[in-house]
Write a protein that binds this ligand. Structure first.
Ligand code: 0X9
Ligand code: ZN
Length: 322
């Protein structure tokens, strides 16, 4: 409590409650799945949004995955994807022809809080916590040396060349004891395997950047897939105004065991990591608790987010935002 905009996972009317109430209020459009449970027993929740959702097999229609809060402190990522989810539901109910068509042909998956333990911990205890809450030292309480970085635990170049992740438990990029050791990874990697999304937008902060594979090394020749540049845009005309698009290993740094590298290799997903803005110069991970700034960040990214959904039925011919 106490915030104008931000909502924790557990609080009454918080993210968990909202996901359940949206599913209850939109029975023919939304199916809620619990993908797994965290170390502290929280649900890792996915919503599938498509017309006739409950009666359709998951993955029956071309899928797009919107994910956020893999890193606990990156609150703006949750709020931007939460508003996107509500945008689709509201527009469908208002008979917006484009959204109606979209939700007849395409299934949208939302994992608003991919790391619920860590996310909750940033509200209750440590605002700048990044990782999950794995009890690395097994002492039964959360302390500074605990946690695994969920974005280093995927089964794609996990542990590769000992670059872009750490074996040290206290590190902010601790990769965990083995690939897919974490419930958060099992949940998302399992979803990717099951529905093979055509596109993913794995929202993080802070940039502003639009990153795409490969992240595990620089200079991968196969990283030149023109669909990435078509959707993310160029430095001169980025798909999200003010953002800098590019290959993640070049534009930012090398990572291994990373989500979008996994999705691309295992499911052929065209997978992006948008790094949202700071909201003010120097705010960093502490995006201001300011409705106007949060709404502006959502609106700025909206055409890009929509372009992925609009492209899912024919991914080879992307309908780019720019
Ligand atoms: O390090 C990460 O997981 C992401 N950045 S953040 O500041 N949100 O922690 C970036 C992941 C993108 N992939 C690569 N840079 N390879
Ligand atoms: Zn992040």
């Amino acid at each position: 409590g106490g915030y104008a905009v931000w909502r924790s996972f557990d609080q009454p009317g918080g993210i968990r409650d909202e996901l359940y109430s949206l599913a209850r209020a939109n029975r023919n459009l939304v199916k809620l799945s619990v993908l797994g449970r965290t170390a502290q027993g929280r649900e890792i929740i996915a919503l599938k949004v498509t017309q006739g959702a409950p009666g359709l097999k998951d993955g029956a229609r071309p899928a797009v995955l919107y994910s956020s809060a893999q890193h606990a402190r990156e609150w703006i990522s949750v709020e931007v994807n939460r508003r996107l989810l509500r945008y689709y539901l509201d527009r469908f109910k208002a008979d917006d022809p484009q959204v109606k068509d979209l939700l007849k042909t395409t299934e949208l998956w939302f994992v608003l809080v991919a790391n619920p333990d860590g996310y909750q911990y940033t509200f209750d205890t440590e605002r700048l916590w990044r990782k999950n809450l794995r009890d690395n030292d097994g002492n039964g309480v959360v302390n500074v040396g605990d946690g695994v970085d969920p974005n280093r635990n995927f089964d794609e170049h996990f542990d590769y060349d000992n670059e872009g992740s750490s074996t040290s438990q206290a590190s902010e990029t601790y990769r965990g004891p083995s690939a897919v050791s974490e419930p958060e990874t099992k949940a998302m990697q399992g979803l990717i395997d099951r529905v093979k999304p055509k596109f993913q937008s794995n929202m993080h902060s802070y940039g502003p950047l639009i990153l795409y594979p490969q992240g595990w090394q620089t200079g991968s020749p196969e990283a030149d897939n023109p669909i990435y540049a078509a959707l993310a845009g160029t430095d001169a005309t980025p798909a999200i105004p003010g953002f800098d698009p590019g290959i993640s290993s070049d534009e930012l740094y090398v990572t291994n065991g990373e989500t979008t590298d996994y999705a691309e290799r295992a499911a052929g997903t065209v997978a992006f990591t948008p790094e949202l803005g700071e909201g003010c110069e120097g705010c960093g991970f502490l995006f201001p608790d300011d409705e106007a700034l949060v709404e502006a960040e959502f609106q700025n990214a909206l055409p890009f987010s929509l372009s992925l959904a609009r492209s899912a039925t024919d991914p080879a011919n992307p309908k780019s935002a720019v």
